[in-house]
Design a binder for this molecule. Structure first.
Ligand code: CUA
Length: 196
């Protein structure tokens, strides 16, 4: 069978385009460090995540390392706890692991202007670990449509200078296992952390 030369050229070009498109989609899905919310964060009871071993009362906790912090955030229609009514505060030059879950429907958790972006899935905990250098302030937004108030679902993340993180006001007291901004201070604090 004779195929005209130009027909062959366009056939090859069309096949090359298909391969290119599949390649870009594949790279976008798995190649750039993206991943699905998986089981690494563990499962929780969506109606009461803090009752699970995989989650704690929402707030900021000093981790096992002095400059490592764990931030537990509940997303719900239509706010982040903490984040919306009060900013999430973490010190500069720290490593922070966000543990994000939802207590009702699917939400998004995006720290604007960064590559911190995950879904908040009821019953599952999404974990994202990041490093913060200098002090800064970021917006938090929900980027999954979650109901009539979706467009109002936002919050604030403040990366404050380390000196300010050890501030003297009651709400900013830092010690191990103490909730920083969730409002529910746990009473198991035994050691004073060294943030500076
Ligand atoms: Cu929560 Cu959109």
């Amino acid at each position: 069978m004779h195929v005209h030369r130009y027909e062959r050229i366009w056939l090859v070009a069309a096949l090359a385009l298909i391969v290119l498109f599949i390649g870009t989609v594949t790279y976008g899905a798995v190649g750039a460090g993206y991943g699905m919310v998986d089981d690494t964060g563990g499962e929780v009871d969506p109606s009461n995540p803090a009752a699970s071993d995989n989650f704690r009362e929402p707030g900021v906790y000093n981790g096992s390392e002095p400059d490592h912090y764990d931030v537990y955030i509940e997303a719900k229609q239509f706010l982040f706890v903490p984040g919306t009514s009060e900013p999430v505060r973490v010190p500069a030059n720290s490593t922070v692991t966000f543990h994000v879950t939802s207590t009702d429907v699917m939400h998004g958790f995006e720290v604007v202007g960064t590559n911190i972006n995950t879904m908040a899935v009821p019953g599952q905990v999404a974990t994202v670990t990041v490093e913060f250098d200098g002090p800064d302030e970021y917006g938090l937004v929900c980027n999954e449509y979650c109901g009539s108030g979706h467009h109002t679902m936002e919050g604030t993340l403040k990366v404050v200078p380390e000196s300010q993180y050890n501030g003297t006001s009651g709400a900013n007291t830092t010690s191990s296992n103490t909730t920083m901004s969730g409002g529910n201070v746990t009473s198991t604090a035994t050691a004073t952390s060294e943030v500076n």
